[in-house]
Unconditional design. Structure first.
Length: 312
């Protein structure tokens, strides 16, 4: 009989699952809906039912289950509240182990887990310590030091998006703070900067590549690639703010490399170029010259990182 491992990427809308071999090869992946009603009480049983149903087609048993969760997670697998799932504090690791009978279970924050996936099989390959930045609707982060996730004392380490980059600014973040990095460098933040009123610009929206569009971050980067002056200015502001933010992160974490993922990263090397220049202009001499890489695993980073927690 063969041994198998399962990686679970638990999101607010869907749960992504992957079945892996002993060697770490992805054999199959699938999704189920995240049922958040009744304070999320159906989520873990649904995951277990789905895994058991999938294993009916395989001759073997589950040797380990790893899971990423969109909220703070302690080293011992306790989720410290996750509003998007309807969870308060929940001993997710112990509950999942009890429901499955699998002793080898690990649970981590989803951004940290994605970072672990990228250093294992993605854009962070070849490095021992990275910081991953996920630029999507919000800004997430994960810190890997010497191949291990840095959780912090309450599971909230790596929340890069909530660095105060413009203290006292009017822009309100999802965390209720003002002037967070997320307000300007997420996909939403880039679009908001381009719509005007967030930052001062020399050029104007009128007559630009963006005029008349329902502006998205993709539009901004597409316009910059076309040489539009206004889009280029927005991208420069994006790069400056994220570069300064990551220079601050490097002063604490000192990684070998930064790996940039999420929807914004799909714009490609223009993102790396904008950020890397501003990073090197704003960090101390000893921290200059870090590697900047694009993430490679896309939506699969979570299941790869989740399973990496339990596979040797």
């Amino acid at each position: 009989m063969s041994n198998y491992y399962v990686g679970v990427d638990l999101g607010g809308t869907t749960v992504k699952l992957g079945l892996f071999s002993d060697e770490g090869d992805l054999l199959e992946k699938w999704e189920i809906p995240t049922r958040k009603e009744d304070n999320g009480s159906h989520i873990l049983p649904d995951i277990v039912e789905s895994i058991e149903g999938k294993m009916a087609s395989y001759d073997g048993h589950i040797k380990g289950i790893g899971m990423g969760v969109p909220g703070p997670v302690t080293d011992d697998g306790v989720v410290r509240g996750c509003v998007n799932l309807g969870w308060g504090n929940i001993e997710a690791k112990d509950e999942l182990a009890s429901l499955t009978g699998v002793g080898n279970v690990k649970v981590g924050n989803d951004a940290n887990v994605a970072a672990l996936g990228e250093i294992w099989k993605g854009g962070g390959r070849g490095f021992d310590s990275i910081v991953m930045v996920t630029l999507g609707t919000g800004v997430g982060g994960g810190i890997i030091q010497h191949g291990k996730i840095v959780n912090g004392s309450t599971g909230a380490a790596g929340e890069i998006g909530h660095i105060k980059i413009k203290p006292g600014a009017k822009e309100v973040c999802g965390c209720k703070g003002h002037g967070c990095l997320e307000c300007y460098t997420s996909a939403t933040g880039v679009a908001n900067m381009a719509k005007g009123g967030v930052i001062e610009t020399k050029n104007t929206l009128e007559g630009s590549y963006l005029e008349g569009k329902d502006i998205t971050a993709k539009d901004v980067f597409d316009g910059a690639k076309e040489g539009d002056a206004y889009c280029l200015e927005i991208v420069e502001n994006f790069g400056f703010l994220l570069g300064v933010g990551l220079a601050n992160v490097a002063s604490v974490a000192d990684p070998e490399a930064f790996v940039i993922g999420g929807g914004v990263s799909k714009a490609g090397n223009i993102v790396i170029e904008a950020v890397e220049k501003n990073y090197n202009d704003n960090c101390m001499e000893a921290l200059k010259g870090k590697q900047f890489r694009l993430a490679e695993l896309g939506n699969d980073a979570g299941i790869y990182g989740a399973v990496r927690q339990v596979i040797k």
